[in-house]
Design a protein around this ligand. Structure first.
Ligand SMILES: NC(=O)c1ccc[n+]([C@@H]2O[C@H](COP(=O)([O-])OP(=O)(O)OC[C@H]3O[C@@H](n4cnc5c(N)ncnc54)[C@H](O)[C@@H]3O)[C@@H](O)[C@H]2O)c1
Length: 229
């Protein structure tokens, strides 16, 4: 408990899934949360749940592909909470398709939301972190993308491979500024990039079947009971 006491964390993609679970967990650990999402009501729901649980949180509607909006929101967060100590870059979208089935808009959209946003939001918070000589940035790759490919998700895995290398590059570049940069690579959860992936029930079943334990993750779960009997 309280591992993030008095720290300020921006969590993008905080309206759903892994970002929501991270925002709630960071709040339980004592951080004030800027719950950022393109979906305003989802961000508000997360912030309200945190506050109802005794934590501190504010919702921010933000499209992480919009540099101007990002700078405005980071400024607002820094003004409200004094600083930014932690950035969790969780926002992402998943679009299904082999390369020839992926039109240029879809390709650019996935790269923009999943990869370029990490550059954009990090670029807005890094001056604050460097000035205070400390900070932590957590990016999100994937079990597919960081090292593995996957069928029919060319743009997504390419974006995540980019995030993996960008993370290494940032970690090297900001180490002496006191800013740690890491990535997590979650395996598949029940509803990958849930709201907007275009995955059918059959495709979700294929994903489930490809997991040796046949168990998909639940980001909201705090612990899992042993399955052996
Ligand atoms: N779900 C999985 O199985 C899985 C596996 C590996 C990695 N990941 C990664 O974990 C992260 C979270 O995934 P999830 O499954 O919880 O997704 P999710 O769809 O449940 O949540 C993603 C959130 O990002 C928001 N978002 C999308 N576009 C945005 C934009 N332009 N600006 C701001 N917010 C935007 C959405 O509104 C949503 O609330 C992603 O980076 C994803 O690639 C997920």
């Amino acid at each position: 408990m309280n591992r993030l006491l008095d720290q300020v964390a921006i969590v993008t993609g905080a309206g759903s899934g892994i970002g929501k679970a991270v925002a709630e967990l960071f709040a339980v650990q004592g951080a004030a949360i800027a719950a950022v999402d393109v979906d305003r009501s989802a961000a508000e729901t997360t912030a309200e749940a945190i506050v109802a649980n005794g934590g501190r949180a504010t919702a921010y509607e933000l499209d992480v592909t919009n540099q101007e909006e990002i700078e405005r929101v980071v400024e607002q967060v820094a003004e409200r909470y004094r600083t930014v100590d932690v950035l969790f870059n969780g926002a992402a979208i998943l679009r299904v398709g082999r390369l020839h089935e992926t039109d240029p808009e879809t390709w650019s959209g996935v790269i923009d939301v999943n990869l370029t946003s990490v550059y954009r939001v990090s670029r807005a918070v890094l001056p604050l972190m460097c000035a205070q000589g400390r900070g932590a940035i957590v990016n999100v790759t994937s079990s597919t993308g960081a090292t593995l490919a996957g069928p029919g998700i060319a743009a997504y895995v390419s974006s995540k491979a980019g995030v993996a290398m960008l993370t290494r590059s940032m970690a090297i570049d900001y180490a002496t500024d006191g800013v740690r940069v890491n990535a997590i690579a979650p395996d598949r959860r029940t509803r990958p990039c849930s709201g907007n992936s275009g995955l059918t029930a059959a495709q979700l079943e294929i994903i489930r079947g490809s997991i040796p334990l046949a168990v998909t993750g639940d980001p909201g779960a705090r612990s899992r009971q042993p399955r052996c009997s």
